[in-house]
Design a protein around this ligand. Structure first.
Ligand code: ADP
Ligand code: MG
Length: 329
């Protein structure tokens, strides 16, 4: 299980000479607040989806979970251990057990490696010396990622594969070390709709079968609705709504979640009664976040409270949380 507590990440803004001088005068360094205090947990065998527009902090969240960025605040607990305190064997164990699937399978595959060699690489890096043992693990991973028949794929190079097959190679490579945490960051957004479903199905099956905690990042709500157990909606570095998948899709509460669902082009996902237009306006400046609710400038229903105080997540019904002054008060 993976647990995230009040996680924060900010980046220093690259400044020009002049802006550096003025911020020196104000004694305040400018920082981009990419992730601004988020909390959630993913259990073994569960898929959590994260949705939100480009720039809302999804990839930064993934990097924090994998321990590739050090948090500016809060923590990530992996099997009860704070990952930023891991060293030596514990750190190596975590690196092995936390894996990532990238958005673009072509870019993340070495063009000179065959499928077999690609999937073997993490085993070599992790010093699994016996060739026969490696072979067995590679075969198992290929079978799980539905790269069948095995002989047809082992000696192929990335350019000889279709987009869907390449992504399955990436999946096989990610699962060959039997991870407990799997992160897929927009893993199917480069693929045709027709092959997307197959990849999602594999990820869902493997999550259950291998008891992984999977974080699936996408801006496509219909896709998340079809495979996730729970969904978190991110806006400007914060989680503004989180809950079981069916609650989020069927009874979204935050105006931003509603707008995201409304933006889905699949008819059965449109709820007849919702009249919200696709989201107008731009996300706020992450260096100077507005006072109050960060969505208020784009919200048609903003009230006075939205300008003065930042809404906190509260539980509307069991397991369904929303941060909006319009709901419940
Ligand atoms: N390494 C970095 N240095 C500075 N700013 C960054 C860095 N990574 C991300 N950001 C900024 O943080 C914000 C969130 O980015 P990101 O997590 O990549 O969003 P998403 O994946 O949701 O599109 C963006 O404004 C982005 O420009
Ligand atoms: Mg991203």
């Amino acid at each position: 299980m993976i647990e995230v507590k009040d996680l924060q990440k900010s980046f220093a803004v690259k400044e020009t000479f002049f802006s550096a001088f003025t911020s020196l005068l104000k004694k305040k360094e400018k920082r981009i607040r990419a992730v601004n205090g988020i909390s959630f947990s993913i259990h073994a065998g569960e898929i959590m989806g994260v949705a939100g527009e480009s720039g809302c902090g999804k990839t930064t969240t993934a990097m924090l979970l994998l321990g590739l960025y050090r948090p500016s605040g809060g923590k990530v607990l992996f099997e009860g251990m704070d990952i930023s305190s891991l060293k030596g064997t514990e750190l190596r164990y975590f690196r092995r057990k936390a894996q990532l699937i990238f958005q673009d399978p072509y870019e993340s595959l070495n063009p000179r490696f065959t499928v077999y060699r690609t999937i073997e690489e993490p085993l070599i890096v992790n010093r699994l010396r016996r060739k026969s043992e490696r072979r067995e693990k590679i075969m198992k991973a290929m079978e799980k990622a539905k790269l069948m028949p095995l002989e047809a794929f082992c000696d192929k190079y990335p350019h000889e594969l279709s987009g869907g097959e390449r992504q399955r190679v990436c999946i096989a490579r990610a699962i060959v070390l039997e991870p407990v945490l799997l992160i897929a960051d927009e893993a199917t957004s480069m693929l045709d709709v027709s092959i997307r479903a197959g990849i999602l199905e594999i990820i869902k099956e493997l999550t259950e079968e291998m008891k992984m905690a999977t974080l699936y990042i996408s801006h496509d709500m219909s896709l998340l609705g079809s495979i996730c157990d729970k969904i978190g909606i991110m806006y400007a570095g914060e989680i503004v709504e989180i809950g079981r998948s069916e609650d989020i899709i069927q009874s979204p509460l935050h105006p931003y979640t509603r707008a995201l669902i409304e933006a889905v082009p699949v008819p059965e996902f449109r709820r007849a009664k919702l009249k919200l237009k696709a989201i107008a306006g731009e996300p706020p400046d992450l260096v100077n976040l507005p006072r109050g609710c960060s969505f208020r400038l784009r919200c048609e229903r903003a009230i006075k409270a939205c300008r003065t105080s930042r809404p906190k997540l509260f539980e509307v019904k069991q397991g369904h949380f929303v941060a909006c002054h319009q709901v419940g008060d």
